[in-house]
Design a protein around this ligand. Structure first.
Ligand SMILES: Nc1ncnc2c1ncn2[C@@H]1O[C@H](COP(=O)(O)OP(=O)(O)O)[C@@H](O)[C@H]1O
Ligand code: SF4
Ligand SMILES: [Mg+2]
Length: 316
């Protein structure tokens, strides 16, 4: 996934591949700028026009990247939906929240009687923790947290099978974060919803996700069951993130890995070899030139580090 900008091409995500089963919850972790939002938006073909995306996004074998516009629109509502990072101002300011959610429901179920429509609207609002009587409120009458919950209700309006939630709780206060997480967990299990959960907050991810993919410099550098990935990291970057494990809901925590100097690299100027080598506490000379890929690092686990090869042997 390469952005085209006035400053040149930005290869923001490279060589990522993963599967998601029905009802499964995958967490995407990593510092800011590692490519999480780019990957999330690419799954629904929502990157800015001109962005180069190669590869496939297969939904039950059908490639989202080559779907015709009509089919893509249907898939975006009925199969996969997304709550964007920082979308709190994306609600239409001149329409009530009830009207905006109603319109989303109508796209999915155009024949619904008005009483059923009202009931579904009330249900969606209640489910995200907003009293149904607030349906006539306009976005400016709601707090930031309530607007975020309206966005989650909108994303759920058409009963998607996959919900992509990009930092869905970041803008909420601690109590509301916990409620929204509980809500997403309940919806996930009751509806059998698959989720891709993007968060800079490891405590959120470890609570919400069975499986974690850790991104660094546009690639997945470690992947596996969340308890194992955070409990016994196979990649030094994950180790640094896990060492900085925050208090749940700590609003000051921004996934600053402990003991690591500097920041992730600019995608336009990636270091050679393993892109983590300038910051890695256990780098060796080979890391500057080695072509480091995701290698098996235990059962259902993969990590992109040469030390993984030393531990588990060269894959055949
Ligand atoms: N529209 C864009 N044009 C050019 N570069 C972009 C654009 N959006 C994001 N980027 C760059 O792509 C990289 C990944 O960004 P992003 O996917 O937002 O990361 P994350 O969500 O992990 O913080 C960053 O270097 C960012 O500056
Ligand atoms: S390959 Fe080298 S630089 Fe990269 S994470 Fe492993 S030890 Fe560190
Ligand atoms: Mg992001």
């Amino acid at each position: 996934m390469t952005y085209r900008s006035s400053a040149g091409s930005v290869p923001a995500v490279r060589g990522v591949s993963f599967d998601l089963a029905a009802g499964e919850v995958l967490g995407l972790a990593g510092e800011s700028g590692c490519g999480k939002s780019t990957l999330a938006a690419a799954l629904l073909r929502l990157l800015p026009p001109g962005t180069l995306v190669t590869g496939e996004v297969l939904l039950d074998g059908e490639d989202v990247l080559t779907m015709r516009p009509g089919r893509l629109r249907a898939v975006r509502w009925n199969d996969m939906s997304i709550v964007f990072q920082g979308a709190l101002h994306s609600l239409n300011p001149v329409h009530s929240i009830g009207r905006q959610i109603r319109e989303a429901i109508e796209i999915h179920r155009p024949k619904l009687a008005s009483t059923e429509l009202r009931a579904r609207l009330g249900e969606l609002l209640e489910v995200v923790g907003i009293p149904a009587r607030r349906a006539s409120d306009f976005p400016h009458q709601l707090s930031g947290g309530q607007r975020q919950r309206v966005l989650i209700a909108l994303a759920l309006a058409c009963d998607p099978r996959l919900l992509i939630a990009d930092e869905p709780t970041t803008a909420l206060d601690v109590m509301v974060q916990a409620q929204v997480l509980d809500l997403l967990a309940r919806l996930q299990s009751e509806l059998g919803l698959a989720m891709i959960f993007v968060s800079h907050d490891l405590s959120t991810l470890s609570y919400a996700c069975e499986r974690i993919a850790v991104m660094y410099a546009g690639r997945v550098v470690e992947e596996g069951p969340s308890a194992e990935v955070f409990g016994k990291p196979a990649h030094p970057y994950t180790g640094a993130l896990a060492a900085a494990f925050p208090i749940i809901g700590d609003p000051t925590f921004r996934m600053r890995p402990s003991g690591l100097p500097g920041d992730p690299p600019d995608p336009r100027d990636l270091p050679s070899g393993c892109p983590f080598h300038p910051r890695c506490p256990v780098a060796v000379a080979e890391c500057v030139t080695a072509d480091v890929e995701l290698w098996p690092a235990g059962e259902n686990r993969r990590a992109a580090c040469i030390h993984v090869l030393e531990r588990v042997g060269v894959p055949s």
